[in-house]
Design a binder for this molecule. Structure first.
Ligand code: ADP
Ligand code: MG
Length: 134
């Protein structure tokens, strides 16, 4: 558990977790809108060597990045019933060769497989956030 006071601090918590991740690992990142899920994923991606923009995939269910390892970033916010999604749609993200981050895992499980870590972010007023790792 960590209380952070800035986006940079939340990114640093993500970076710390990233040091323990390997291709095939799945990280669920839960929490309300604006709680810092994408910020956390961005910090983790930077630590994995991803140089480009890391933003919530808004119009697609996910995106892929290339760092020292491949990274998949799913956002289920707009998916009402992830468990009903065509598995073929997720193949490119869940092929097992990438570290996978999933925002809005509360929506349901589209078949991500075994989960390596669960992160929960919470608003604590202003720029404070509570980051819980399990
Ligand atoms: P989510 O993906 O959960 O909707 P984002 O990471 O996209 O959230 O947005 C979080 C917003 O809150 C950003 O605008 C970020 O700059 C701001 N912010 C302020 N303080 C923090 C903090 N301590 N940790 C993470 N984000 C913070
Ligand atoms: Mg987001």
């Amino acid at each position: 558990m960590a209380d952070t006071e800035s986006p940079a601090e939340t990114e640093a918590v993500g970076a710390e977790l990233a040091g323990r991740l390997r291709p095939g690992d799945v990280v669920l990142v839960a929490g309300e809108l604006g709680s810092g899920k994408t910020t956390f994923v961005r910090g983790a991606c930077r630590a994995l060597g991803v140089a480009g923009a890391v933003t919530s995939p808004t119009f697609n269910i996910g995106q892929r990045y290339r760092g020292r390892v491949a990274v998949s970033h799913l956002d289920l916010y707009r998916v009402e019933h992830p468990e009903d999604e065509d598995p073929a749609l997720l193949d490119e993200y869940l092929s097992g060769d990438s570290v996978v981050f999933v925002e809005w895992p509360e929506r349901g499980d589209p078949g991500v497989g075994p989960v390596t870590a669960r992160v929960h972010l919470e608003h604590r007023g202003g720029d404070r956030r509570r980051v819980t790792l399990a």
